[in-house]
Design a protein around this ligand. Structure first.
Ligand SMILES: Cc1cc2nc3c(=O)[nH]c(=O)nc-3n(C[C@H](O)[C@H](O)[C@H](O)COP(=O)(O)OP(=O)(O)OC[C@H]3O[C@@H](n4cnc5c(N)ncnc54)[C@H](O)[C@@H]3O)c2cc1C
Length: 372
């Protein structure tokens, strides 16, 4: 059997790639150390193709492709893994606090109404009040959108790995310590149990991608830093909001049954893991500002995770400058659950071609950018 394609990092990016490559018949080896702050473990799992960095614009077609790929594969992954990861279409009400936000949101409506399976409709404050009187009265209106999907991101990750495993992928718990290279080729990797020969290496290591690994010198690539987000998981005995409700990062998202996520924040530093009471109070106040009439939820868990972010907000996906068989999937920021199916697809294609593909130059890891 040929040496495997190694994937380091089994967040959603590495897990989707493992599934994709195993399904294409490749030998796959995944090494992951499940460190605290893994972005995939703590997020609301929105698969939303119609907003985010580079939308509208450079990422617009890529977001649509990513959504389509999830839609095509999710039933297979669910059936073969036997894991229900909660795929479901959700409505979302984007609230506007002033005219400027209202103009921005209204301009999104056409994008929703143009895409098959999606729609959007502007609601004025009276309509919102009739829809759910628990929403605050301070909003100038809101865009009700239909078609976005929500999953349990952690269960989705596990389901993808389970399918890859069922097709022969080897999944190892460990930290990559060293790589051995010759000229422009990575020959083996070592996670503390000796060198293992590999055919290709894809680093999908998320926000701590600059941790030192002996021998790993990929060349000049865009830096990735953590954009930390805090979330509460809450339970409410009150009737559920009829849709996800948000204003900017402040949001109430459906999770499972009577459980909801309350978000959100973004910060450059500070602790990962369980967050402070101050942050909890701020998040609860945010949820209250969205829906003052929603009965105060009980906090089940509070935590934070690190979005792997680039300076321009775009992902870094493709070949490393220094290694012909070295690949990177990183910088997925706040869109990694959505983007994972697409990043797996394009890296699988590039590995097949043994070359970077020009059509994805916008997201190339060595694109011109502030290299810090
Ligand atoms: C609060 C919050 C809300 C979000 N909401 C959404 C959303 O609604 N929709 C959406 O699409 N995205 C969302 N995101 C973004 C999404 O969670 C991330 O983009 C995505 O999870 C990143 O996945 P990843 O696989 O690149 O990295 P991670 O999930 O961080 O995984 C990286 C993995 O690599 C491992 N690793 C690192 N170094 C090594 C090493 N040397 N050896 C072995 N293993 C290693 C780590 O342990 C980890 O398991 C949100 C993120 C946050 C924080």
């Amino acid at each position: 059997m040929k040496d495997p394609i190694a994937i380091v990092g089994a967040g959603i990016a590495g897990a989707y790639l493992a599934y994709r490559l195993a399904r294409d018949g490749h030998a796959v080896l995944v090494v992951d150390d499940a460190r605290p702050g893994r972005a995939t473990g703590w997020n609301p799992g929105g698969i939303n193709p119609l907003h985010g960095p580079g939308f509208p614009g450079a990422m617009e077609g890529f977001y649509r492709d990513a959504f389509r790929l999830h839609a095509e594969h999710h039933e297979y992954v669910q059936a073969r893994s036997g894991t229900d990861f909660g795929w479901r279409v959700v409505d979302r009400l984007f609230l506007a606090k002033d005219e400027q936000e209202a103009v921005q949101l209204r301009s999104l409506a056409d994008k929703y109404n143009e895409l098959e399976g999606f729609s959007a409709q502007w609601m004025d404050p009276a309509e919102i009040g009739r829809w759910d009187a628990r929403v605050g009265e301070s909003w100038v209106g809101g865009l009700m959108t239909r078609g976005n999907v929500r999953v349990d991101a952690e269960r989705y990750r596990q389901a993808l790995l389970a399918v890859a495993g069922s097709m022969g992928a080897e999944i190892i718990s460990g930290t990559l310590k060293a790589v051995a290279t010759r000229d422009r080729a990575i020959e083996s990797i070592d996670w503390g149990h000796g060198a293992v020969a590999i055919r290709h290496l894809c680093m999908a290591t998320g926000s701590r991608s600059d941790d030192p690994i002996a021998g790993w010198s990929p060349g000049k690539i865009v830096p990735v830093t953590p954009a930390i987000g805090d979330l509460l998981l809450v339970r409410s005995s009150d009737a559920p909001p009829l849709a996800d409700v948000s204003n900017g990062l402040t949001a109430i998202y459906q999770h499972d049954g009577d459980h909801f996520w309350i978000g959100g924040t973004v910060r450059a530093d500070g602790p990962l893991g369980e967050t402070s009471e101050t942050i909890e109070r701020a998040l609860l106040a945010g949820a209250h500002s969205l829906m003052p009439g929603w009965k105060a939820p009980e906090v089940v868990a509070r935590s934070s995770a690190a979005r792997p972010a680039t300076a321009d907000g775009l992902p870094a996906v493709g070949q490393t400058p220094n290694y012909a068989n070295g690949w990177i999937i990183n910088g997925l920021g706040g869109k990694g659950i959505l983007l994972s199916a697409w990043t797996a697809e394009i890296v699988a294609r590039m590995i097949g071609a043994e070359a970077a593909l020009n059509e994805f130059a916008t997201v190339s890891p060595d694109r011109p950018a502030d290299h810090g």
